[in-house]
Design a protein around this ligand. Structure first.
Ligand code: SF4
Length: 537
């Protein structure tokens, strides 16, 4: 077995506010924590909601599976930009290659050519449990005591990680302790441990019912590709067909990019096993769908389809509904590119206001590991967006964005548009106020960091400096997805978590256990309240 590594609660109706101070249909909210923003953090480093991870798997004898996986991950790069990795199995061994960085930075032609086999598991990562260290990059790897290997990629986030960590490190555990601090690594070790006696397939069917939270696992041993989805199907996972094999991927767009035809979704609570005997489907839990509504708002690519509904069409529909719920007289509708673009198109169509491109995004900006210098930092949002002054000057603008998390980006954006000559800036948001953290794979930070968690809509409007601010209602957002409300997770807007959250949760839960401390993701930070966030800068 070789492991290669690189050298190196109750809410809304729609909420709308304008600078007359009117807050229409806004809600009275209980204030749990003030918004806290690192004074050093500005729009240059505020990246809004952080994506989760992308997973991709191939079983295809005769194909260059590493290259197929590379392009699959390339299509899923938006889901995780901290690290990337591919594991390849050839029937006798598994080789894992992974590193920090974008997919195109981690792999080159030579590396991919050296990864030979007929099974591949790929992963691109944003850290939602554990820090962004090399050890936490995926696929994770473990060996059973009989010497077979197991490589695993995980999209989502478990909420009983601490409990599982204790089980994985119990004295009798054969998998032993690990430097990794991810829920994914713990599952890999527990699976390898259990597989020693009964094989991976049976071990997975026994282990997965004990996992709580969101998980899409794509994993393999030397002979078989596996894919499993949590009983709530929080995040998407689809099955595709190649001429000479099978593909599983986080999004349908990744199937398109590698020339695979869409077959179906992996069902919530289902385990798929793919090998020379064909494809087997088994259940480890009954299906109780609670799909992440934020996939439609922001996470998924617009050219992806989730539960039969196209993401682009959903976002355009959100924009139309937003125009009805939060109308304004204006000269031009512009998006915050790219995630705000479909909703801006819908808003403009419904409102009868011209649509235009008022901001240019640097299409080649990925995650950077280089901290900006003070000079660059002061330029803030211009690292990502630059205004088209000729388009903006003298106009009353509607600016459509997908969401507001901390508010830093929108504050800098409004200021930049005014400096570019806009006479009015009206901000419209294609999701309800984000008031609660996500524990299922998306990193909004803690509740104390969310600007809307402790603020009325008009407070947020004043904080970002807009002439008016309008959010779509949750009812309209759900209607645009064409999914039944009871089949969706909306917890970051409502605080109603469909999977119970244990007391001890948070991204760094395992580092906390190691230091003997416990975390409380709901806790406010003392003396760092609402006014602090609202007064910046
Ligand atoms: S809390 Fe929000 S982001 Fe997280 S899974 Fe639920 S809808 Fe998605």
């Amino acid at each position: 077995m070789g492991i290669g590594q690189s050298p190196t609660r109750s809410t809304p109706s729609s909420t709308y506010s304008d600078d007359s101070g009117a807050t229409r249909r806004s809600l009275a909210l209980s204030v749990i924590g003030g918004s806290t923003v690192d004074p050093e953090l500005d729009a240059a480093t505020d990246q809004g909601p952080k994506e989760e991870c992308g997973v991709f798997g191939v079983w295809a004898p005769g194909e260059e599976v590493a290259k197929l996986t590379y392009y699959g991950l390339y299509a899923l790069q938006h889901r995780g930009q901290e690290a990337a990795g591919i594991a390849v199995a050839d029937g006798s061994e598994i080789v894992v290659f992974k590193d920090l960085g974008l997919v195109s930075q981690v792999f080159d032609e030579q590396t991919l050519t050296a990864l030979k086999g007929h099974i591949a598991v790929g992963h691109c990562r944003y850290s939602t449990t554990g820090s962004g260290s090399w050890e936490n990059a995926q696929p994770t790897f473990a060996t059973t005591s009989v010497g077979s290997g197991l490589a695993l990629g995980h999209n989502g986030n478990l909420v009983n990680t601490a409990e599982l960590a204790l089980a994985a490190n119990k004295p009798a555990g054969r998998a032993g302790p690990s430097k990794s601090t991810t829920d994914s690594d713990i599952v890999t070790r527990l699976l390898a441990e259990a597989a020693t006696d009964v094989g991976i397939e049976t071990a997975a069917l026994r282990l997965f019912p004990s996992l709580k939270g969101a998980f899409n696992f794509v994993f393999c041993d030397e002979h078989t590709l596996y894919a499993a989805r949590d009983p709530h199907g929080v995040h998407p996972l689809v099955l595709g067909r190649l001429d000479r094999g099978w593909v599983v991927a986080s999004e349908t767009a990744a199937l398109d990019i590698v020339g695979a035809s869409y077959v179906r979704e992996v069902e919530p609570g289902e385990l798929l096993a793919i090998d020379e005997d064909g494809i087997r489907s088994e259940r480890f839990a009954s299906s109780n769908p609670k799909g992440c509504v934020f996939e439609y708002v922001y996470l998924a690519r617009p050219d992806t389809t989730i539960s039969g509904r196209g993401v682009h069409a959903t976002r355009v529909d959100i924009g139309r509904r937003l125009a009805v719920e939060a109308p304004i007289e204006a000269d031009l509708v512009i998006p915050t590119p790219e995630s705000g673009t479909p909703a801006a198109i819908g808003y403009a169509q419904q409102a009868g206001i011209p649509y235009g491109q008022g901001l240019v995004k640097n299409a080649y900006v990925g995650r950077t590991f280089i901290q900006p210098s003070q000079t660059i930092r002061q330029l803030g949002i211009r690292l990502k967006l630059n205004p088209l002054r000729d388009v903006i000057r003298g106009k009353r603008l509607v600016v459509v964005d997908d969401s507001i998390v901390r508010g830093n980006t929108q504050r800098a954006l409004v200021r930049m548009l005014r400096e570019a000559g806009a006479v009015e800036v009206h901000v419209r948001i294609a999701s309800p106020p984000v008031r609660w953290p996500c524990f299922y794979g998306l990193d909004f930070g803690t509740r104390a960091e969310l600007i809307a968690s402790a603020s009325e809509v008009d407070d947020v409007r004043r904080s970002i400096g807009a002439d008016s601010l309008g959010y779509i209602s949750l009812d309209s957002l759900v209607a645009a997805t064409e999914q039944p409300r009871n089949r969706l997770c909306t917890a970051c807007f409502t605080g109603e978590y469909p999977i119970a959250i244990p007391d001890q949760v948070g991204k760094h839960v395992l580092e906390g256990i190691a230091r003997g401390v416990t975390g409380d993701a709901f806790a406010p930070i003392p003396n760092y309240g609402q006014a602090c966030a609202l007064s910046r800068p």
